[in-house]
Design a protein around this ligand. Structure first.
Ligand code: DAH
Length: 343
């Protein structure tokens, strides 16, 4: 029995010291220790020489040892097969993984989010509408009946398949969709992409982004419009920026105005951005025309409101110092990765 125990321990040391992930060597291991003529079988054969009163203990020892050898063999086998897999595919599993590059937000998105968040603080909710519009929502309901000369202000893309469809030329179409829903009052902001048949250049593009604002309630005044836009400008460009309104014309508002801010690049001194005028035009606005309200089923005697519309690319170009509009749509990662929310 003493002899058996010693043999087991000697073998256990030998086996513990054996390590290889070469499949041929692992197979040799199996034959040597677990094979039909292997060491384990030999030891089992010794059992018959053990005195009867020690047989039980010897049996347990041998069993425990057998499990140990088998477990060691299983470990060797699985190590050798994953090493073989790796060798087969030529992939080195010990190499670190490829890092996934982290994207960044598009500068137009950053600008839009900034503008939207300012108006959200005033309680404006966000709505969206379709980019392919019918003539009524893009023009008719906005007080631009067929053959109205102001349609020429916007170089429209028509859709051949159906002459009633256009690529929306402005987000004002979404105003109509919101008013048609008939839920009053309305305090909405409507960001989106718009399309115009313009030659693509550094300063103009056939598509760009606008944000439309609409406020409809009882007894809304032009002072409300001004106050809302003042708040926006101060939040956006700082407390020192000056604002001016110039009378203008839009068929869907009466009266209409365009709003300029003192040039935030040169502070009003005059530079190439403001074309030496000291002012930068940022949006169009006005009191919603009564015809537009009635076109949407709202009684202009009871309700009125204001609207405004601003482009997103231009303020983004000024903020980020981008000098070519085409960069925004070229998807060049070297350009896109330069922008973060903090800048
Ligand atoms: N839709 C006009 C444009 O694309 C912008 C605009 C002007 C929108 C005045 C308005 C507004 O809501 O009141 O040029």
């Amino acid at each position: 029995m003493k002899n058996l125990r010693e043999q087991i321990e000697a073998l256990r040391d030998e086996i513990t010291g054996f390590n290889s992930n070469d499949p041929a060597q692992v197979e040799e291991f199996r034959i040597k220790y677990l094979g039909t003529k292997g060491q384990l079988k030999n030891l089992m054969g010794e059992l018959k020489n053990v005195p009867v009163d020690q047989k039980k203990e010897a049996g347990q020892l041998l069993n425990e040892f057998k499990q140990f050898v088998e477990a060691h063999y299983e470990t060797l086998k699985s190590n050798s097969s994953s090493a073989a897999d790796a060798a087969d595919t030529g992939i080195d599993l010990s190499l670190p993984g490829d890092p996934t590059p982290l994207g960044s937000r598009h500068p137009v998105t950053l600008m839009r989010n900034q503008i939207v968040s300012i108006f959200q603080r005033l309680g404006f909710a966000v709505a969206e509408g379709p980019e392919i519009e019918d003539d009524w929502h893009n023009f008719g309901a906005l007080n631009l009946p067929a053959h109205h000369p102001a349609r020429d202000m916007q170089d429209t893309f028509y859709i051949q398949q159906n002459p009633d469809w256009v690529l929306r030329t402005h987000t004002s179409s979404v105003q109509i969709r919101e008013m048609e829903k008939g839920k009053l009052p309305i305090r909405m902001l409507m960001p989106g992409r718009v399309f115009r048949n313009e030659t693509v250049s550094a300063r103009s593009h056939c598509f760009f982004h606008q944000i439309e604002g609409l406020y409809i309630d009882k007894n809304v005044s032009f002072a409300d419009l001004k106050q809302t836009l003042y708040f926006f400008v101060k939040e956006m460009y700082g407390a020192n920026v000056k604002v001016r309104f110039r009378p203008s014309y839009f068929p869907f508002t009466e009266p209409s105005a365009e709003m300029d801010v003192s040039c935030f690049i040169c502070g009003g001194e005059g530079c190439h951005v403001c074309k030496k005028t000291g002012w930068v035009e940022i949006l169009g606005c006005g009191m919603v025309h009564p015809n537009v309200l009635s076109n949407c089923g709202i009684d202009p005697e009871e309700y009125n409101g204001f609207a405004f519309g601003l482009g997103v690319e231009r303020p983004a170009m000024l903020k980020y110092g981008v000098n070519d509009l085409r960069l925004f749509s070229e998807n060049d990662v070297r350009f896109l990765k330069q922008f973060t929310a903090a800048t």
